[in-house]
Design a protein around this ligand. Structure first.
Ligand SMILES: Nc1ncnc2c1ncn2[C@@H]1O[C@H](COP(=O)(O)OP(=O)(O)O)[C@@H](O)[C@H]1O
Ligand SMILES: [Mg+2]
Length: 343
């Protein structure tokens, strides 16, 4: 197939997306596809003569994207359209678009909706389930409605409530995070009122809505669901601190154990909950669901990742490897499952 791997974009997860996209593009080419890596936001400086060339240097393209990252803020001020030059033409010329974007403008349903209107086939779930899953307030509403356990808490809006007022309702320790964030960017654990004040400030620097919820002390687990089937559970243990940005992406900062050391019964319970969460959100193709588990075994569903990371330290590739599916095979599976949307 002629495939555009759409990556980079303009979200806070641009750099992560470039790494995911590089891995996917390289893998798809080893499978014989004519894949090209495309920067969704910066597009092409000039249109290539051949859209899907036989010989292609994925790394060189990724390097060009990384160089452009420094110009992001300026370009965002200058331009109104998200799609960079040539991006729509390339997507329309492709048989399939593999979305390696993460975060806003990519994972939040808008790119999906645009591609739907253009008649372009893409990876992952549809626009509406992407939008609901990106928004942690709406995700929690769906979870509550469907009986999926999630941490207690509430959504707060910039300049509408103070830390002091919040503490009349919720008790410390609390966690604050942007409503539509990702990669743990803007997430703060708060043990004191001062930390809560600071945490709100940090979160509101990204977005006007924040989630404030009970801090769940326990083990961190995640499960991929592909085509309605759960993959093995991964346990995530950062060497130090919580699963923040650096612990997510710097190799060696976090221990990932797959399959997670849990009883068969507990494993099945978590996998079943992941399948239910995916169903509740009406996810198609694939998703990764994050959980916390208290020492007493109670489970809390944190969120659904509709375009989960595909970097070398990412969790879905690790889960796949555990059941004997290598990275290129996983990418192909993702394409095949995504194509079912169009049957
Ligand atoms: N209620 C909570 N209690 C304890 N830790 C949490 C809670 N919510 C989030 N975290 C921590 O923050 C990380 C990021 O939160 P998450 O909701 O998954 O957002 P993101 O979209 O940034 O991954 C989690 O992996 C976990 O380590
Ligand atoms: Mg998460």
């Amino acid at each position: 197939m002629n495939i555009v791997v759409l990556a980079a974009g303009n979200s806070t997860e641009r750099d992560v997306s470039i790494v995911s996209g590089t891995g996917v593009c390289r893998a798809l080419r080893t499978l014989g596809h004519r894949a090209v890596l495309v920067d969704a936001f910066f597009g092409c400086d000039e249109m290539p003569e051949e859209f899907f060339p036989e010989i292609y240097n994925t790394e060189a393209e990724a390097e060009r994207m990384r160089e452009k990252s420094a110009l992001l803020a300026e370009e965002m001020r200058r331009r109104r359209s998200f799609f960079g030059p040539g991006v729509i033409e390339l997507c329309k010329a492709a048989d399939f678009v593999f979305l390696a974007l993460h975060g806003s403008n990519g994972e939040d349903g808008r790119v999906q909706a645009a591609l739907d209107l253009l008649g372009v086939r893409y990876s992952g779930t549809d626009y509406i389930s992407s939008a609901v899953s990106m928004d942690k307030t709406r995700t929690k509403q769906v979870f509550r409605f469907c009986g999926i356990p999630a941490p207690d808490g509430r959504t707060v809006y910039k300049d509408r409530i103070t830390a002091e007022e919040l503490l009349k309702e919720l008790s410390l320790p609390l966690i604050v995070k942007p409503q539509c964030g990702g990669s743990s960017i803007g997430v703060t654990i708060c043990h004191t009122e001062e930390e809560l004040r600071r945490g709100l400030e940090v979160s509101f620097a990204f977005e006007d809505a924040a989630i404030v919820e009970e801090f769940i002390e326990g083990r961190e687990l995640t499960v991929a669901v592909l085509g309605g089937e759960p993959y093995p559970v991964v346990e995530i243990t950062p060497i130090e601190g919580f699963y923040d940005y650096k612990n997510k992406y710097l190799p060696g900062m976090t221990k990932e154990t797959c399959p997670a050391p849990l009883s068969e019964e507990k494993t099945r319970e978590i996998q079943e909950l992941a399948v239910q969460a995916a169903k509740a959100l009406k996810i198609q193709a694939y998703v990764r669901i994050d959980f916390l588990m208290k020492e007493n075994g109670s489970l809390y569903c944190l969120e659904a990742n509709t375009l989960p990371g595909m970097t070398p330290t990412s969790l879905v590739p690790l889960e796949a490897k555990t059941v004997g599916i290598d990275y290129p095979e996983l990418c192909q599976k993702m394409i095949d499952l995504s194509m079912e949307k169009y049957r």
